[in-house]
Design a protein around this ligand. Structure first.
Ligand SMILES: Cc1ncc(C[n+]2csc(CCOP(=O)(O)OP(=O)(O)O)c2C)c(N)n1
Ligand SMILES: [Mg+2]
Length: 734
């Protein structure tokens, strides 16, 4: 199998024709052998129950070492997968670092004992923390490449700034750096593979996709995952790519391919796709036994293609090393691995007190005084969105003040990019000479592209995982993506990225990496006709994700101040905007100026009262206010209403203070009642405030079903002022 190159010129042909020196060949063999031996050493430790998991690069070494040697650690960027030991060794990760991760040591620099072995991370080498999820890393690589391009075109954006996340996000860029991301052939079945290829191709990004094709995805052979059995054939029509399909067991062929791929990328011609046919020399992992599903003949045929054996034969055949010299070299590498293992077994173990370290940023606290401009407003300046009005003026809607905040923050911080479905004014810029522009299906991003240009405000493909996955890559590189999911109802394709990547990046890398992006999502019902797929709630599914901040404002001013904090803070934030509240008369406010921020975790007493506490948020706030007015008027019941404003973190102190005062409490929300957000709050009140209660904790929420189209049904499904009033009266009389 030779190297088949198509679709692009090979600009690095001079390098490609150079002979590799004997010294280079020996170094390649050394790295390949070291990788295999670290694997073998780990397998021994696993059998002795001194480590707890093992997955090997065996059979992939030629491809990986070649990739590592063709690229530049600490200059280029790397998004590997869980089988990339040889790549990491070639980039400069040490056997010691690998063994420390295998034992789960406190001094495991990749994760502090949190991730399995072979899940590397190294800020110095630009290896971004990887998860066990197959293929999520590809979209991170795409976002990282976009960020690199952005910084090289806007170097001023890289400047450090105090007072927000930028103080803690290092930025480096060169203008011609390449991003490598790796995956197995089975993983090309994942939608995110195609989503990443789409954007890399469309935007001509300098990303090398390396498919390490060992013919199996655990026990599933390639033809089951890939129609026709060859991924290269399926991707061949993507524009702008350099393609190479190669014998991934021959490091020299591999090196040529990566040199050519890197040259194509560095020259700005687009991405590259290197498809290496290798072998899986061992089973999938030590938890797998391939004799259960592979014939002996097949396994023997693979053994004949083992890259280590082949390379050793070559060195002997070409007289580069004698048998004695090979033995000597191998012994020296065996020592390295053995000593690394010994040191790791002596290493200190992580302290249990440290378990929750790095769930959130420890540098910038979004609940702190930095963001408290609510009580001491900074002087206003020019700003305020499309109108560019000064602070004050007529009361404006929540939609207006969110739009104003986006304008203000984009003016202030050149690292912000805004993208999502339909968020641009018009992707075909020339149309803007004669049309007003779209600016989001709810017009929340209106005018941003017109003011800040198409590099900072643009439409994404119709693919939610693409939106969030790229945001992880952007943010890891130091940018601030403020992305939109068009409807909360369609956030689910992005769930994998949110749950396993965005929110976890910091904790799993023990603070080395973070992805402080903002996801804005219109949520909720009460729309009359919104029906099942435009009325969904579901915030508790996201408050159940450690590492993710969840914000849910009920009025224009809060939305403005909380979005500012979301954008400036150093944590990933899900910013939920209730569609019904976007343009309501309720909760309008004058523009508060470009520095107005509200800290997270601070509830607001929107109606003081003495008889009963009602804890709520979002679109239930105005409905609860209506119910409370009637309770006062018709029943003489004085209800205190707390608007939580942020759901993670939430203001326990405010809840406790109010409940201690009233001794009766209802938790009300629009989402379904069972397993809803109120269940947690009610349980905690019952647990910690039991002595203060004169009645059971009550909950109000939607019926346990989706929201129906017919308004009669919608009204019955969602909580209404009447049902809230009934609950208030019932609880007061309890
Ligand atoms: C999203 C996701 N689904 C399932 C798994 C479980 N899993 C781990 S590896 C693997 C097979 C991957 O095969 P391939 O992409 O060919 O890579 P290889 O391990 O062969 O190098 C599966 C199904 C996972 N880690 N992530
Ligand atoms: Mg495979």
């Amino acid at each position: 199998m030779g190297m088949a190159v198509s679709s692009a010129r090979v600009s690095d042909s001079a390098a490609a024709s150079d002979q590799l020196s004997a010294q280079q060949l020996v170094e390649i063999y050394r790295l390949m052998y070291l990788s295999r031996h670290v694997d073998d050493r780990e397998i021994m430790l696993k059998r002795q129950q001194k480590i707890y998991f093992q997955i090997s690069a065996a059979g992939h070494e030629a491809l990986q070492v070649a990739a590592g040697l063709a690229l530049r650690p600490g200059y280029d960027w790397f998004f590997p997968y869980y089988r990339d030991r040889a790549l990491c060794l070639a980039l400069g990760v040490t056997p010691d670092e690998m063994m420390l991760q295998a034992v789960g040591a406190a001094t495991d620099t990749s994760s502090g004992g949190r991730q399995m072995p072979a899940h590397p991370s190294s800020p110095a080498l630009h290896i971004v923390s990887t998860s066990s999820s197959t293929t999520t890393q590809l979209l991170h690589a795409v976002g990282c490449a976009e960020a690199g391009r952005y910084f090289s075109r806007h170097p001023e954006a890289a400047a450090k700034a105090e007072g927000d996340y930028r103080a803690f996000r290092e930025v480096s860029f060169h203008g011609d750096e390449v991003v490598l991301t790796c995956l197995g052939e089975g993983s090309t079945s994942q939608g995110e593979f195609w989503e990443a290829m789409n954007t890399a191709s469309n935007q001509k990004l300098p990303v090398i996709f390396l498919v390490e094709d060992n013919g199996y995805a655990i026990s599933v052979p390639v033809e089951v995952n890939t129609p026709g059995g060859n991924i290269s054939k399926l991707v061949a029509n993507f524009p702008n790519f350099f393609f190479a399909e190669i014998d991934g067991t021959d490091p020299e062929i591999c090196l040529r391919a990566f040199q050519a791929a890197a040259a194509h990328c560095r020259a700005g011609n687009g991405p590259a796709f290197v498809h290496g046919h290798c072998v899986r020399a061992y089973s999938h992992s030590l938890s797998d036994d391939d004799r259960l599903y592979r014939s002996a003949a097949e396994r023997e045929a693979d053994a004949l293609r083992d890259p280590i054996a082949k390379m050793q034969m070559r060195l002997l055949r070409e007289g580069i090393l004698t048998e004695a010299q090979i033995n000597e070299l191998e012994q020296s590498q065996n020592h390295l691995a053995a000593e690394a293992a010994e040191r790791a077994l002596e290493a200190p173990l992580p302290e249990v007190q440290g378990i929750t370290a790095h769930v959130y940023s420890e540098d910038l606290d979004p609940t702190g005084a930095t963001f408290d401009h609510e009580h001491a407003q900074a002087p206003g300046g020019a700003g305020g969105g499309k109108a560019g009005s000064a602070k004050g003026g007529d009361p404006r809607t929540m939609a207006d003040l969110i739009n104003a905040c986006l304008h203000d923050e984009m003016r202030r911080d050149p690292r912000i990019v805004v993208y999502g479905e339909d968020v641009a004014d018009a992707s075909r810029e020339q149309a803007l000479a004669e049309v007003k522009g779209k600016g989001g299906v709810f017009k929340l991003t209106a005018g941003l592209q017109t003011e800040f240009g198409s590099e900072r405000v643009f439409n994404s493909p119709l693919a939610e995982a693409n939106i969030v996955g790229r945001a992880v890559g952007y943010a890891a590189r130091g940018m601030k993506p403020v992305v939109e999911i068009q409807f909360f109802d369609y956030i689910w394709p992005a769930m994998h990225q949110i749950h396993n990547e965005l929110a976890l990046m910091r904790w799993r890398s023990h603070g080395a990496w973070a992805a402080p992006a903002v996801i804005r999502a219109p949520i909720g019902g009460y729309l009359t006709g919104g029906a099942i797929y435009h009325s969904q709630s579901g915030e508790s599914i996201f408050t159940h994700i450690p590492g993710l901040r969840v914000v849910f404002p009920s009025n224009a001013l809060d939305a403005n101040g909380l979005l500012r904090t979301a954008i400036r803070c150093d944590d990933p934030v899900l910013f939920l905007e209730h569609k019904r509240l976007y343009r309501e008369t309720f909760g309008r406010a004058p523009y508060p100026g470009p520095e107005f921020a509200i800290p997270f975790g601070k509830a607001k007493v929107v109606r003081p009262g003495t008889h009963l506490t009602l804890v709520t948020y979002g679109a239930v706030v105005p409905r609860a206010l209506q119910a409370a007015e009637r309770a006062q008027r018709e029943h003489g019941i004085d209800v205190e209403i707390l608007d939580l404003r942020t759901l993670n973190p939430y203001d326990w102190e405010a809840i406790a203070t109010s409940v201690r005062k009233t001794s009766r409490v209802i938790v009300a929300h629009e989402d379904m009642i069972s397993w809803g957000y109120g269940a947690e709050i009610a349980a905690r009140i019952a647990d910690e405030l039991f002595e203060d209660l004169d009645a059971p904790v009550k909950r109000i929420g939607a019926m346990d079903t989706f929201v129906a189209y017919q308004p009669l049904l919608e009204d019955a499904i969602l909580p209404q002022p009447n049902s809230i009033l009934k609950a208030i009266v019932g609880l007061k009389e309890y």
